[in-house]
Design a protein around this ligand. Structure first.
Ligand SMILES: C[S@@+](CC[C@H](N)C(=O)[O-])C[C@H]1O[C@@H](n2cnc3c(N)ncnc32)[C@H](O)[C@@H]1O
Length: 210
């Protein structure tokens, strides 16, 4: 079992186009100051991946790169920042020129097999339209024992507020038993699960290391 409920291809393309348009007009929402407590919770999210010096990190749905300086703090090697919206990535690059931006859907991201140590998906899991192909591709790109963090610094109930005004569908964050079933087919095991009113962190490790 995995992400069996799959949208038709033309619907996925439509949702991605709607998101591109929507987020390209919303850059200012991601500018500081962030809501109270969010900067500290973002630090907690990044800390949960246990980045070590030299790690190669991928930030999926990076937006304007809210996580990028927090990742850089750990002296990672390369930070790949992927997003559907070119406008988001232009803003990111102005602030964090050291990040390597890649425009496109994570499901088709062409990084090499087993080349990534850490993947972040912050405030983006609900937005990924083709979860089956996306998690298959993320699993392909990750090294064995690589860590993937799916998170939201406002907690999973925050999505209900967003759903009310979102022009495209948003999925809920999964509870732990559901997440185990969803991610297992892609080679992931859950190592840490935090579900607090204002913080969601799911840390999964790619099986296959010694
Ligand atoms: C709510 S924003 C979060 C941005 C950033 N992670 C943060 O925490 O501020 C979600 C972002 O995910 C991007 N996105 C949605 N689906 C995506 C996909 N399939 N592949 C890559 N990026 C995607 C959107 O373009 C948008 O910039």
């Amino acid at each position: 079992m995995g992400f069996e409920k799959k949208l038709p291809e033309e619907r996925i393309e439509r949702v991605n186009q709607d998101q591109r348009d929507f987020f390209s007009g919303l850059l200012h929402v991601f500018d500081p100051p962030l809501p109270e407590g969010v900067p500290e919770r973002l630090e907690q999210i990044v800390a949960s991946a246990d980045i070590v010096i030299g790690d190669v990190v991928l930030d999926v749905g990076t937006g304007t790169g809210i996580l990028v300086p927090l990742i850089q703090h750990y002296e990672s090697d390369t930070i790949f920042a992927c997003d559907l919206s070119e406008a988001m990535l232009v803003r990111l690059k102005e602030q964090y020129p050291y990040a390597r931006t890649i425009q496109g859907d994570v499901r088709g991201l062409p990084l090499a097999d087993e080349s990534i140590d850490v993947v972040f998906i912050n405030a983006c899991y609900p937005n990924i339209a083709d979860k089956d192909k996306s998690f298959a591709n993320i699993g392909r790109m990750m090294k064995p024992d690589g860590r993937m963090v799916i998170s939201h610094p406002m907690g999973k109930a925050f999505i209900d507020l967003l759903k009310a005004r979102s022009p495209f569908p948003l999925d809920d964050f999964p509870a732990q038993p559901e997440a185990e079933i969803l991610l297992r087919p892609y080679g992931f095991e859950i190592y840490k699960f935090v579900d607090q009113p204002e913080l969601y962190i799911l840390l999964a490790v790619k099986r296959g290391g010694s």
